[in-house]
Design a protein around this ligand. Structure first.
Ligand code: AMP
Ligand code: MG
Length: 338
């Protein structure tokens, strides 16, 4: 199959493919998604096949707004309505109870709930509008690899397997949406993202977090012992403190292979890089680091093969919780230890 690239003004052609049961990757402010008609079970099943995704992992349903959610979900609670008003369109996915039989098992993994999101991207909202149906939207990467923040990343992983990609330039946030379960007794963050606990609580009161906050005590003894996701070919080592960089770079220098170093500009400027170390800047701060993390990991996979990647860690709060959640999975929770 030839994978067509569409510009934002070619939405009608992309929507026609979705309506015909084909797969089209779409841009969002978080990462690129892999779109298919959420009401077409055959199309949805192809999403799992294209990504190599385990079939019991349910998909996010991407919608144009509250009215589209109401066609599928049970009547919205006051909290759900307040969150939609405050954060949509945006990087917040809501798990809601479904009206029975409204979405296939391929979408929900057999659950009586579904995850809904309204992305802050006009091109994609126009695409869904033109298709006339909600679209499923897992990240448009091969399962296990870093999520795509550029159309080129999608093309690399899925060319020949999907009908099209709508290219709208780089995703701005760079890490996937916050997932909030509103069907639990207390609203619970299942995956941290750019909308933080601190953002949510003023709107709906107490929010719980099930996502794992990783401390140094949880460092496994050997690399690769824990489940990896977002993983490049090289081993990622988390450098927890800015003061650890001189030791980390001395370690890199002693290796007989090339090593990558991903850190923000002030850290790169403050340290002397050995000849076998290639820097990839994460920009000036945590926001740019979140935006560039996946692209940096892919850079070392595709353009500049290395065997290890030293990557800057941040405090596990606010956007840092989202960043560290992804980085810990990329590294299999391996930290650089002095
Ligand atoms: P991804 O498609 O990689 O962005 O992942 C979507 C995430 O949403 C996965 O971790 C799913 O397990 C989660 N998810 C989707 N639907 C549900 C649901 N109904 N209940 C709980 N988690 C869900
Ligand atoms: Mg994903």
């Amino acid at each position: 199959m030839e994978t067509q690239i569409f510009k934002p003004d070619q939405i009608e052609a992309a929507a026609a493919l979705i309506k015909a049961g084909q797969l089209v990757s779409f841009p969002t402010e978080t990462v690129y998604g892999l779109g298919a008609d959420a009401t077409n079970e055959t199309a949805v099943k192809q999403v799992y096949a294209a990504k190599g995704r385990p079939s019991d992992n349910p998909l996010i349903v991407t919608v144009t707004g509250q009215a589209m959610v109401e066609q599928y979900a049970e009547p919205l609670s006051a909290k759900a309505q307040a969150l939609i008003k405050a954060f949509w369109p945006g990087s917040l996915t809501l798990i809601l109870n479904l009206q029975p039989g409204k979405l296939s098992k391929a979408v929900t993994g057999g659950l009586s709930t579904a995850a809904f999101r309204n992305p802050a991207n006009q091109t994609t909202l126009a695409l869904i509008q033109a298709a006339g149906v909600p679209i499923v939207g897992p990240s448009a990467n091969t399962s296990g690899k870093p999520s795509p923040t550029l159309a080129q990343h999608v093309y690399h992983d899925l060319k020949g397997k999907i009908a099209g990609i709508v290219d709208d330039g780089p995703a701005q946030v760079g890490v996937e949406s916050t997932i909030l379960d509103l069907t639990a007794d207390v609203p619970t963050i299942l995956r941290p993202g750019a909308v933080t606990e601190e953002d949510l609580e003023p709107v709906i009161g107490t929010v719980r977090s099930t996502h794992h906050k990783v401390g140094k005590t949880e460092v496994p003894k050997a690399p690769g012992m824990k489940y990896k996701h977002y993983a490049p070919d090289a081993q990622v080592y988390i450098v927890d403190h800015e003061s650890d960089w001189p030791a980390a770079l001395a370690w890199a220098q002693a290796q007989d292979y090339p090593v990558g170093a991903m850190a923000i500009d002030p850290v790169l400027a403050a340290n002397q890089l050995p000849a076998n170390v290639e820097a990839y800047t994460l920009g000036p701060d945590l926001a740019s680091a979140s935006h560039r993390l996946f692209a940096g990991l892919r850079h070392f996979d595709l353009e500049s093969p290395v065997k290890g990647i030293l990557t800057q860690g941040f405090a596990d709060t606010g956007l840092g919780a989202a960043y560290m959640n992804r980085l810990n999975k990329s590294a299999g929770q391996v930290h650089f230890q002095k």
